[in-house]
Design a protein around this ligand. Structure first.
Ligand SMILES: *Cc1c(COP(=O)(O)O)cnc(C)c1O
Length: 360
């Protein structure tokens, strides 16, 4: 067996101990005589799996009791529609456009109501987070929407927008569990799990109870109505059982690592190794403003497309894979999620130093 250092933006690296445990439990989960994939989602043994996953997430994020945790399907993109269908009471919402995922959510919301772009960093290829201290928030906005960490461009909010009292909704797909979050700052948080938590397809919604309503848009599919899912503890229909089980194992791993405070220290240490090198290198440089740098996704370039391609090729051959930047941005991107060990980043930086010396 040989494992590479996988810098993929998603689906992405998972903790090896989790993969090993899943392998060990594959044929016979805790004496049940079957794998988690084969058991009824209504069985006692599965009920324990989903309840424990929820409790562990609640412990990790210190989720207050007046918030529901829903394990759903359809990935993060499905929530781009579910959020407006469920939360637009007045039919108005304000969106802050800091990258492609925020833009997609904004475009989807326009199908269901009046979605306003109240700020954007499109003018400089999303290389910064706009000043959100005094936005033209709509009087009747049902919520203000942000993408908390911009997976493609590598920026993140260091300070939350002033929503002027409106509910804040956040897509945290690519930085969930990377650092502590004050859940009460938000009305709703959602994350597709395949960046920092588990297998693609599962999306987790953390929603304040008073926002779970019956009078949603009349055409809202039963499955997309938060009330359906909340009333049935995420078991209205068959949930993505196996994916939720893996998420549960990752939650336990994060707990063992010391929780979100420890994760933050671990992630800051990793990111600093890479950013410090980018700031000192004559060949490589980061592509976003320093104040808004993401801890999770680090885009960089050499300034020469041919050299970028050569770097990606040689890095791949050396076991540093999925470093090619997003097709819309070019260059390189190293995604250094929770499960990427420090050693992976140290070795990548050493490789970059050697490449620089050999090519300048
Ligand atoms: C990957 C990603 C998505 C899309 O997730 P899907 O599960 O593929 O729909 C949405 N938002 C952010 C921030 C992402 O990183």
């Amino acid at each position: 067996m040989s494992r590479v250092f996988n810098f993929s933006a998603g689906p992405s690296v998972l903790p090896e101990v989790v993969l090993k445990q899943a392998a060990e439990e594959m044929m016979d989960y805790k004496g049940s005589g079957m794998s988690v994939m084969e058991m009824s989602h209504r069985s006692k043994v599965y009920d324990n799996i989903i309840k424990e996953a929820e409790q562990d997430l609640r412990d990790l994020m210190k989720i207050p009791d007046n918030y529901k945790v829903l394990f759903l399907q359809g990935g993060a993109s499905q929530q781009f529609a579910a959020v407006p269908m469920n939360l637009m009471k007045n039919g108005v919402a304000d969106y802050i456009i800091t990258g492609q995922w925020a833009k997609k959510a904004y475009e989807e919301a326009q199908k269901y109501g009046k979605a306003n772009a109240v700020a954007s960093s499109a003018d400089k290829t999303f290389s910064y987070i706009p000043d959100c201290s005094d936005l033209p928030i709509s009087e009747d906005a049902d919520y203000v929407y942000i993408c908390h960490n911009n997976t493609i461009y590598g920026t993140t909010y260091k300070k939350l927008p002033d929503t002027k009292g409106k509910i804040l909704v956040a897509d945290m797909s690519s930085d969930i569990l990377s650092q502590p979050v004050n859940v009460s700052d938000y009305g709703l948080i959602f994350f597709g799990v395949q960046k920092n938590v588990g297998p693609a397809g599962v999306v987790v919604v953390i929603i304040r109870e008073d926002l779970i309503r019956d009078d949603v848009m009349p055409f809202t599919p039963t499955m997309l109505k938060y009330k359906t899912q909340a009333d049935n503890d995420s078991l209205y229909n068959t949930p993505p059982c196996y994916g939720i089980y893996i998420c549960g194992l990752v939650f336990k791993w994060v707990k063992e690592m010391g929780g979100l405070d420890a994760m933050k220290v671990h992630n800051e240490k990793k990111a600093a190794i890479l950013y410090d090198f980018l700031d000192s290198s004559k060949m490589f440089s980061g592509t976003v403003v320093k104040e808004d740098r993401s801890l999770m996704n680090v885009p960089f370039v050499t300034g020469n497309e041919e050299l970028d391609a050569k770097f990606v090729k040689e890095a791949t051959a050396a076991g540093f894979v999925n470093l090619k930047g997003h097709r819309t941005v070019g260059g390189m991107r190293a995604s250094i999620y929770n499960a990427m060990p420090i050693e992976g980043v140290e070795k990548l930086v050493q490789f970059m130093k050697d490449f620089e010396a050999a090519n300048s």
